[in-house]
Design a protein around this ligand. Sequence first.
Ligand SMILES: C[S@@+](CC[C@H](N)C(=O)[O-])C[C@H]1O[C@@H](n2cnc3c(N)ncnc32)[C@H](O)[C@@H]1O
Length: 194
Amino acid sequence: MNIHYKNTIIKTNHHVYEPAEDSFLLAEAALDQIKGSERILEVGCGSGIISAVIKNNTGARVTGIDINPYAAACTRDNGVEAIRGDLLNCIRGKFDIIIFNPPYLPTDESERTKDWINIALDGGSDGRQIINRFLEDAGSYLVDNGRILMLLSSFTGIEKVKSKMKSLGYEIEEKNTERISFEQLLVIAATKIR
Ligand SMILES: C[S@@+](CC[C@H](N)C(=O)[O-])C[C@H]1O[C@@H](n2cnc3c(N)ncnc32)[C@H](O)[C@@H]1O
């Protein structure tokens, strides 16, 4: 299937998260934030929709990383440089903005499936397992005053994520938000101030 969105055509793959409201909300927030030739990393790039939209609508330089090999390949097919890796483990260098639409759904053992789509959604029992692991390391990959742009959901415990960010030395701003049925989506910009 092809998705047409903001000067971009995205080819999807059935092993890869299909772009949804969260992807579009974060892509819009990213376009609002990017002003020039920032260096950008997208963690969990999936189909590459957010990175490709950035590449096609701004002067920023963008790289993607995803633990799912089909996602890294799909992102490359959609015109963005991408590698396979676990969060930031194989990343070198520093970035102006790191973007992440993480797996954020609270998921119990009984709900878990053995496929790549589970990896895209499964945030562990509280929904914050991958988010917390990412936040512990992200500061080392940001320039001074660099930012994280992250999608959060009311299912994930937004206040708990904000507290974690503050305790790690980030200043937080709430950006784009959207209600989808029983779920509130929110983009947080977290700027590294120490
Ligand atoms: C909710 S999807 C978002 C995909 C895409 N960015 C979008 O917005 O449409 C989450 C993505 O994170 C990836 N992911 C999950 N755990 C990861 C990890 N430990 N390291 C890197 N990527 C991971 C998944 O494979 C999936 O592609």
